[in-house]
Design a binder for this molecule. Sequence first.
Ligand SMILES: Cc1ncc(C[n+]2csc(CCOP(=O)(O)OP(=O)(O)O)c2C)c(N)n1
Ligand SMILES: [Mg+2]
Length: 527
Amino acid sequence: MTEPTLANALIEGFQRHEIKRIFGVPGGGSALPIIDAARAVGIDFILARSEMSASIMAAVTGEVSGAPGVVLACCGPGASSLATGTAYASLEQAPMLVLTDGPAASLHQRYDQNALFAPITKHQGRLSPEGAVGDIEDVLSLTKEAPLGPVQMNINATGAITPVSDGTGQVTRPEPVTTGSPEVVRGLLQAARRPVVLVGLEARYGDAPAAALRLAEALNCPVLSTYKGKGVVPDRHDRMAGMFTGAVSEFKAIADADLFVTFGVDPVEFIASPWHHDAPIVEIRAADTPHLLTQTAERIIGPLSASADALCVGDFASDWTQEMIAALRANLRECIEVKSNTHTAQSVAQAIVAAAPERIRASVDAGAHMVSAMAVLEADHPFGVLKSNGLSTMGYAVPAAIASALNDPDIPAVAVTGDGGLLMCMAELSTAAAHGCKVITVVLNDEALSLIDIKQQWQSLETGGVKFPPTDFAQAAKAMGVAAWRVGPSDDLGAAMRAAFAADGPALVDVVIDASVYSAQVAALRG
Ligand SMILES: Cc1ncc(C[n+]2csc(CCOP(=O)(O)OP(=O)(O)O)c2C)c(N)n1
Ligand SMILES: [Mg+2]
């Protein structure tokens, strides 16, 4: 019996790990035998319009499917364009395999691709026919071990079509870390009168969401969530008080807290500002990544659910009442309310909720519109709302929504994006059309990078580098085979949104919005 080629062995590994599709842009070389081997076993190749978007699609697929998301690109320019989605997967803990062709045999398009990816992957290397079976298994498993994240491997054209020899993998997989003293932490939890549980990105996976709720119930306390932790405890749950980003207004709202219990929170999730609270912090983490919180009192590292069980023992002194939690929720909401006579990011998000069927999954881009969108769009399960937070990249919402729609075709995916963000990835509307994805893109059209415009105004600088000429996104979308509606200031937003949800396949709603409300809203939030 002849041994499988490296491309075939790779695809067998994908099957073992339940990988359903590969994203990317091929450039010949090793990509072609890999795509062919995938096709033969029913693994789809999804051609994206840029590698940046493909890398985001793969990383988000890793999150929503739990299996490593796979992206493939040519050597040189293809590989370098994958950096954004790879950095996202690294900072925001998504399991992902980055396959880069090459490196190039001549100087043309050649640079050290492993070195390029070193700061943003857990491991970089080369897949070659010798010992390939072990290496393939090791790299796929490594992506799913805490901290979850990306691995980058070069694979060249000759290697891809060469029969593999079996053998042990060369990839070093670190031993899982478990540290901390549940007894000491229990003492802190039992003594706290106003503890607050903060859930974060690590708590999205496996049995951690149920454990987060068990912990909050045992402590009788409110839960706040980072953006990535949204849905770990459902937004409508009566313990859920709202979003926590590290903003000054949020610290004020929980001024009485006497203990923070962070559950699966990575410090990458907080905005860059000082921690405005004196209460001690207990960090319950799955992965041993750096902790930036200066006053951490105790730290437990290990599987989150087991840690919660070890802590939920005995009596707790918390005196939170349901009314206090409801008041906290109202307080956190109030500070970001906006008023306008026309459409705003907030009214658009509300119109999405009003028109949506029972279950949708939203993805939200980076920008001023994000504050309202994240507050209004609700999640009742992890990954219910997708967002780039640790990296906070623009050009995210549309590729993320496409990844969602391909993974879960029965759940309409709604991409909420600023116009600047959409201009970065608009070609992917053509990808959504090619696959008939149920992706509804909602673009907040303010002809500006509003978040940066605000900062420029706050510094009393002259306007420059933050505005662009009008774009008719509805026309552009139609040109790519996407049903589209444009909503001007006095047009019926609800009707357009309902039509978009009713459309077969991808749709876009281009809403002209009032951006003048952002400055006061962001100032109230961030203080
Ligand atoms: C890839 C990338 N480039 C630049 C930034 C910095 N940045 C953050 S928000 C923003 C403006 C976003 O503009 P737009 O998409 O129109 O959203 P708006 O702020 O207008 O709601 C910029 C430039 C970023 N986060 N990501
Ligand atoms: Mg804008």
